[in-house]
Design a protein around this ligand. Sequence first.
Ligand code: SDX
Length: 430
Amino acid sequence: MSKDVYRLIGPGGNEMELPIRTGTAGPDVIDIGALYKTKGVFTYDPGFVSTGSCESDITFIDGEKGVLMYRGYPVEQLAEHSSFLEVSYLLLHGDLPTASEIEKFEQTIRRHTMLNEGMLNFFKGFRYDAHPMAMLSAVVGSMSAYYHNVMDASNPEHRDIFAHRILAKLPTIAAAAYKLNIGQPFIYPRNDLNYSENLLHMLFAVPAEPYEIDEVASEALDLLFILHADHEQNCSTSTVRMAGSSGANPYSAIAAGISALWGPAHGGANEAVLEMLEQIGDTSQIKKYVEKAKDKSDPFRLMGFGHRVYKNFDPRATIIQDMCHKVLQRLDRKDTPLFDLAQELEQVALKDDYFIEKNLYPNVDFYSGIIYKALGIPTSMFTVMFALGRSVGWAAHWREMIADPAAKIARPRQLYTGPAQRNYTPIEKR
Ligand code: SDX
């Protein structure tokens, strides 16, 4: 059989050759685009476990080897040498910027951080205890009401402005949500601060006294944003692509992605990990909760463990765990019960046959919350922090999808298992 086809043999010897496509790295794909038209059948893959939804140049993951690359650069190298805004430029434009390019990009982002003043009124309508993710998705969705006239998706300049606005304004919106939750006044961004410094300033500064940026916190946040920036066709990114494929306003597509990220099976897991660790309480309870996680009749899962793609370690979790040590030490934290509990829980789980057989390792969400908490960020804001990092990945994928001349509306089919055709019966006969 020639390398470049799979031969499908159906009932009655009904055959079809399906072309194989090979990428730069990773598994080949079987192009089934002509299957329904030729053979009148659909493929079936709930959850898209074995399905590639698109072609992309942005991010590559090898789940067996624990590899994550942004535009070909291993995430470990970017974590060590780069910054979140430099990685953002890389994801959006495909190459690392020159000195003049990054200077212009950083200046552009700093000068897009303010919100339309009217947008701040939305926060007057939320209850003080509204979940920040609900506020983030609502206010980001409202951006389509403010910028609908500067959004010609076929115009590369408009696509750039959209990406700059998403990257620059989400931290301001996120901090505004946090300030509402704690009853403090909204703090305006400052153009003399870098991305992570500005976020810390808007989160923790108060009008009553000067606020000094903690460089440990700023560096830790910048690294966390790099690690969360993109992750190929994950649930929220696929949501952004699907919403954007109809030609919907890209701000609305990003709002849809924020909603998808909120789920505890996805970006909501970092918040769920801290709640789980606090539920476990101390190391004496670890065995009990590991057994609960293995019990099929018990809905409890070890949050922050397992991954659809990584069947080995998640390279981001490894970097974040190392960073936990450094941040807690530099913050002079001697008493680190949650971090100690998390590390012990990891050791117990990784020695357990259930987790070994199912290839369940800590993922990006397992340790990140411990750092956020050490920096004074409340659990309810953890998934918001994830969204801030991932915002550039969403924007990069939307741009890639919308600029693809072959792009079409995403519209999957189904296996229908409902009632066969039947006739309407008048109510008196039911
Ligand atoms: C993120 O896709 C991405 O790239 C996501 C992400 C990104 O950067 O965008 O990496 C970010 O979302 C990380 C994942 C965060 N979620 C969690 O930590 C929640 C806990 N983990 C799981 O719910 C689960 O592992 C998923 C959702 C992450 C993956 O689910 P899959 O791929 O659909 O796997 P599955 O649910 O079919 O699990 C396979 C088996 C099952 O047992 P069997 O039915 O085969 O007997 O493993 C078991 C599951 O019951 N299992 C777990 C478990 N995760 C999977 N058992 C206990 N605890 C867990 N955490």
